[in-house]
Design a protein around this ligand. Structure first.
Ligand code: ATP
Ligand code: MG
Length: 264
């Protein structure tokens, strides 16, 4: 099982959107996919149309070892796609992770017992630099960093890269690979990208080049109501007839397959 997480240290950067469409795309390609909603806001659980029943286990109980990981995994209404859901109670796990000493490895250890059941595990991270965020990073073979094509987005990118840099230095708690930066809400008017999007995406290219010696910016997610419509209707972009908009998701899926090839 390859574990890929979507992380970016600000709200509204496209983390959940990337997880949703990537996971559904991989599942439609015939892979067995586990998605983990690691955000107490539980947008991913909602986007998947999943309702957490009272007293049924969620990621909280899985992380706290109150249940076996397999007891926290549910079928979704989509073939090949399984979910460890969350609700706002997940926030309570912060103290548990902080107190455990090896909190950054908790999710990785819990997922180990189910790794033979899935090809891919895709994790949706919360927007804050929290204990949950650290355990998500610690579980990841690869990271996707969605970044809004805005000044707020650039700040989120820098904060995220700083955090990853610190973790690498500290304890090698992130030994995985950054698959790339996905610009989010890239605005175009007709056949032209807006100046604002253009300049922000160029800044992302510059930042990753300064940081890593290579441009890690992947094809962007366009600003489009079609994404919201697809989310609301429970459809993929392909099912909406929006093949062009799905291109960045396909490129990501290919990057993940390549990462898997390198690991073998
Ligand atoms: P949070 O940090 O709050 O969890 P996030 O980084 O997960 O946010 P998303 O929830 O994926 O961000 O996206 C933010 C909002 O943008 C959502 O309400 C979503 O419906 C909307 N959205 C998704 N795709 C697009 C798009 N291509 N263009 C415009 N808006 C979009
Ligand atoms: Mg989200």
């Amino acid at each position: 099982m390859q574990t890929i997480s979507s992380i970016s240290l600000a709200g509204g950067q496209g983390k959940t959107t990337v997880v949703l469409f990537l996971a559904r795309f991989l599942a439609q390609q015939g892979h067995t996919v586990l998605v983990v909603d690691a955000d107490p806001q539980s947008s991913l659980t909602t986007f998947l149309g999943f309702q957490v029943e009272p007293d049924s286990p969620t990621l909280l109980e899985v992380l706290k070892r109150e249940v076996n990981p397999s007891d926290g995994i549910y079928e979704t209404k989509y073939p090949n796609l399984f979910l460890i859901p969350s609700d706002d109670a997940l926030d309570k796990v912060q103290d548990y992770l902080a107190g455990s000493g090896t909190g950054a490895l908790t999710l990785k250890r819990r997922l180990k017992t189910v790794e033979s059941l899935f090809h891919y595990c895709i994790v949706d991270a919360p927007p804050q630099r929290s204990q949950i965020c650290l355990t998500v990073i610690g579980a990841s073979d690869g990271l996707v960093i969605p970044v809004e094509a805005s000044v707020k987005g650039l700040q989120s990118l820098i904060r995220t890269l700083e955090l990853l840099g610190e973790l690498k230095q500290e304890d090698e708690e992130f030994g995985g690979q950054i698959l790339g930066i996905v610009p989010f809400r890239d605005r175009w008017v007709g056949l032209r990208r807006t100046n604002e999007s253009q300049s922000n995406i160029e800044s992302m290219q510059q930042i990753t080049t300064d940081w890593f010696g290579q441009d890690l910016v992947l094809p962007s997610i366009r600003e489009s109501e079609k994404f919201k419509q697809a989310i609301n209707k429970g459809l993929t972009l392909h099912e909406m007839g929006q093949e062009d908009l799905a291109y960045p998701i396909e490129v990501l899926a290919t990057a993940i397959e390549k990462l898997e090839g390198q690991k073998k």
